[in-house]
Design a protein around this ligand. Structure first.
Ligand SMILES: Nc1ncnc2c1ncn2[C@@H]1O[C@H](COP(=O)(O)OP(=O)(O)O)[C@@H](O)[C@H]1O
Ligand SMILES: O=P(O)(O)OC[C@H](O)CO
Length: 501
């Protein structure tokens, strides 16, 4: 048994990566898939397409590397989190498009929960801020709005899952309906302290317990792939939300270690060990992983729009053809020329939690060019991450001196330098930036003895490049003050768009 197959099901693409025992990626297959925006603020995926693209890429990577599926020791899965799928247990068919984590359709319902005073209880039980981001209100919406769904659910005919559950259900030919605590802790239905679905919350969201998956460890054999799917029955032995998988893959395994993943969104997670630390600044308390029944927790700052702003410059404005072109365009000007871009396309996440904020570009003058827009877009990503780091430092009670990074947009040197400047810390990029897939592979490989210990894995991590701050603290503070003025103007912009449709 010589390989681990990692499935990295992200917001914009499905990827399959084959890893060897040295933690090296031997092959990668990737497919982007359609994003559906049926109404302003709504974001959906076709769950069937998610499955098909994931399956195609898995088959492709095996084919292209000439790998016999019998040589795969285990499958590990990392997935976009919170995105809710509801399917028919008998047919295995989704009864509605998946409602994506970025979707704001349930913002009004969440506001109502806050006004009714439920936020403190929800926070205490789940570690989450009440927001449309999480799965519970999305699931409730489907049960209420899809004809016949609630009755079918009451009869036990429907299954709910985040993307991990959905993929495992399909991989096992409908045999297994499971999730792990890192994913469960993003639903707003999972009690962090009881390590179980919470009856009171199920009642509050009007969710029948019959739709829920069984919660299993993040690193354990939870089933086998159906032999017809990949050509052999392969143990499925690792599963985690993609951000937690990246924390593991980037080897932030000791308390206090943190990373930020720059993908569609940006997610900063700090390992807090076996303590579910409560944030005083609206960061999320979340499960990092559960191994052999032992839960590790993390504090998280979630930024909804990261690399997605680069996609918008590419697809929405047509300023670039490929995402990677943004670096040269942005570097062609020495600064943003006074332009600030707040990319609040889907509201603002941590630390603002403002569902009604909308994007704006401020400070445009007659001399503004597309290069200034490109540079302001990158800075907008870095400013948001700097905001999150600011509150993470307050919660941690110390200055953060260094942060590991990963994800697609971490390849951008200019962005990483901006981050080091604005956050006044070292930004450390590892040799392998596919840490999400690697984390899932490690979780799976540990469960089947492919890797013997976490120590063996830790030895595989190494830095590729470190970015140190090149501007003085006062200059960083001045830039951040300007950013804050722009954020104030984006705040609460679109109250109407959040009305529940
Ligand atoms: N060189 C780059 N500079 C800035 N952003 C980039 C660059 N390359 C890719 N991206 C952005 O990174 C994201 C893809 O990263 P990835 O980690 O694959 O995301 P996800 O897992 O969310 O699909 C896209 O939003 C893309 O626009
Ligand atoms: O698809 P990504 O990598 O941007 O991750 C999305 C997050 O899991 C959403 O919480």
């Amino acid at each position: 048994m010589t390989f681990i197959l990692a499935l990295d099901q992200g917001t914009t693409s499905s990827r399959s990566i084959l890893f060897d025992r040295a933690g090296e990626a031997l092959g990668v297959a990737q497919q982007e898939f359609a994003q559906h925006f049926p109404q302003p603020g709504w974001v959906e995926h076709d769950a069937e397409v998610i499955w098909q693209t994931q399956l195609d890429t898995a088959r492709q990577v095996l084919r292209e590397t000439g790998t016999d599926p019998r040589d795969i020791a285990a499958i590990g899965i990392a997935n976009q989190r919170e995105t809710a799928v509801l399917w028919d247990r008998k047919t295995g068919q989704p009864i509605h498009h998946a409602i994506v984590w970025q979707d704001r359709r349930t913002a009004a319902f969440c506001q109502q929960l806050i006004e009714e005073g439920h936020a403190p209880t929800i926070r205490r039980k789940t570690g989450l801020v009440v927001d449309a981001y999480f799965s519970a209100s999305k699931l409730r919406w489907m049960l209420d709005r899809v004809e016949g769904a609630r009755d079918a659910a009451e009869r036990g005919e429907l299954a709910f899952g985040t993307i991990d559950s959905w993929l495992i259900y399909r991989l096992t030919g409908g045999q297994r309906h499971v999730t792990d605590p890192s994913n469960a802790s993003r639903t707003m239905l999972y009690n962090l302290h009881d390590h179980a679905w919470d009856t009171e919350l199920l009642e509050l969201f009007d969710i029948p317990a019959s739709v829920l998956p069984e919660v299993v460890d993040s690193s354990a054999v939870v089933g086998e792939s159906d032999a017809d799917v990949l050509g052999a029955a392969i143990p499925i032995a690792g599963l985690a939300g993609d951000q937690q998988a990246a924390l593991f893959g980037n080897q932030c395994v000791s308390p206090g270690e943190l990373k930020t993943t720059y993908g569609t969104g940006c997610f900063m997670l700090m390992n807090t060990g076996d303590i579910p630390v409560d944030s005083a600044h609206r960061l999320l308390t979340t499960v990092a992983w559960r191994i052999a029944g032992e839960t590790t927790y993390a504090l998280e700052g979630s930024v909804f729009i990261g690399g997605a702003v680069v996609q918008w410059l590419r697809d929405g404005l047509g300023l670039i053809v490929k995402a990677s072109e943004i670096e040269a365009l942005a570097a062609s000007v020495p600064d943003c020329g006074g332009v600030t871009l707040v990319p609040a396309f889907a509201g603002l996440g941590a630390p603002y939690w403002d569902a009604d904020a909308r994007a704006l570009i401020a400070g445009i003058t007659r001399g503004t060019t597309k290069a200034h827009f490109a540079r302001a877009a990158l800075e907008g990503i870095a400013f948001q991450v700097a905001d999150v780091m600011g509150v993470m430092e307050k919660d941690a009670g110390r200055k953060i001196e260094a942060m590991r990074v990963d994800g697609g947009a971490s390849a951008n040197n200019l962005l990483m330098q901006m981050q080091a400047n604005l956050s006044q810390c070292e930004v450390i990029r590892p040799r392998v930036t596919e840490t999400t897939a690697l984390g899932a592979a490690y979780l799976a490989g540990l469960a089947v003895g492919f890797w013997e210990s976490q120590e063996q894995i830790a030895a595989q991590w190494s830095a590729e490049r470190t970015f140190a701050a090149e501007i003085a603290e006062e200059a960083a503070e001045a830039q951040r003050a300007q950013w804050s003025r722009a954020v104030e103007r984006a705040a609460g912009w679109d109250r109407a768009a959040s009305a529940e449709g």
